[in-house]
Design a binder for this molecule. Structure first.
Ligand SMILES: Nc1ncnc2c1ncn2[C@@H]1O[C@H](COP(=O)(O)OP(=O)(O)O)[C@@H](O)[C@H]1O
Ligand SMILES: [Mg+2]
Length: 322
């Protein structure tokens, strides 16, 4: 048995097939460890264990481990909510734009089978995607975001009543579309916490989830259920967003809180999740959204809240464990 085989055999139970290029020269063992997919803690633990085992071997006085990791592939971020009407789609569209502004190559996936609203929000209503080599080609929005929606796949005016398996198929086609060099897909999930949502999450395995809620108690209860759903599927929660937090009067600028305010932050604290930010209820957000001009595409006062939340998400994405 060569030294190399002996050392390799010693570490094989802990290295999970990730060690390569093992050499021993003048008492110094060196190897390359592929740590793709491991968290920071797991990397350190594996490196430590390998070093300990090698140092206990005859003829080894020093160990060097070089860690390598495959470039992260395309990551999917799910935007979810326990109930509809809380601004999930509005937040998803604006976050897609704000994350693009931060340098991510973003694609937008509208998985809302009950009310796909991204074509309206992103001004691509009525367009139909082409296919090439059996793959769908995303539609480019006027804001430079490639996107695909359940609404693009249904015939115009056709009531959308996808059943579970059909919805799963359509979403699979959208996710497997030709997204080019996009490194981040933002998915607007259907509201609710039923089987349809759970199977979508389990199948597509998002890298993380953003939960949108309004401050009312009822919406918060539903948001809690949405978080449980992601936890059940092993998907980490990036954080919570409070939407429609305070109403800014377009005439006098006075802020009132028709739905209360601060409830989402308090709920995030209780559940041990990050609070990503607050978006006020303003007439400008609604009219701009309806007109296919999400505020984050511009630099008006309304854009800042979305850009701040995107910055928090970017921070999360840039941690080695994610
Ligand atoms: N912060 C906000 N200020 C004003 N209107 C908003 C805000 N967020 C969402 N809306 C409006 O509320 C309605 C529902 O929002 P939408 O994003 O479609 O919710 P969901 O996707 O959760 O059903 C839309 O008309 C949208 O323009
Ligand atoms: Mg929606």
């Amino acid at each position: 048995m060569t030294d190399q085989d002996r050392l390799l055999a010693a570490i094989s139970p802990i290295a999970e097939g990730r060690a390569a290029g093992l050499r021993l020269a003048e008492g110094r063992a060196s190897l390359i460890l592929d740590v793709t997919g491991l968290s920071g803690d797991e990397r350190l633990k594996m490196e430590g264990a390998i070093k300990a085992v090698l140092l206990a071997q005859d003829g080894v006085s020093e160990v060097r481990v070089a860690m390598t990791s495959e470039k992260k592939g395309r990551r999917l971020i799910a935007v979810g909510s326990g109930k509809g009407g809380v601004g999930k789609s509005t937040v998803a569209a604006n976050l897609a734009l704000a994350l693009k502004a931060l340098g991510f190559r973003v694609g937008l996936v509208d998985a809302d089978i009950y009310g796909p609203s991204q074509p309206r929000l992103m001004a691509t209503e009525g367009q139909r995607p082409q296919a090439e080599d059996k793959k769908l080609i995303p539609i480019m929005s006027p804001h430079g975001i490639p996107m695909l929606s359940m609404g693009h796949l249904a015939k115009p005016g056709q009531a959308i009543a996808w059943r579970g398996p059909m919805a799963g198929n359509a979403l699979g086609q959208i996710i497997d579309a030709d997204w080019g060099d996009a490194d981040l897909l933002i998915a607007d999930l259907p509201p609710g916490t039923g089987d349809v949502q759970l199977s979508m999450i389990q199948k597509q395995k998002p890298a993380g989830a953003v939960i949108v809620s309004t401050p009312q108690d009822l919406a918060l209860m539903d948001a809690t259920r949405a978080m449980d759903l992601f936890a059940q599927a092993g998907v980490p929660i990036i954080g919570l967003v409070e939407n429609m937090a305070g109403y800014e009067c377009p005439h006098c600028g006075e802020v009132s809180d028709p739905f209360g305010a601060g409830g989402v932050q308090a709920a995030a604290n209780v559940m041990g999740h990050d609070f990503l930010g607050r978006i006020p209820l303003t007439l400008a957000i609604r009219t701009a959204s309806d007109a296919g001009q999400p505020p984050a595409a511009g630099d008006g006062a309304e854009a800042a809240a979305f850009h701040a939340i995107a910055a928090r998400i970017a921070e999360w994405l840039n941690q080695p464990a994610h």
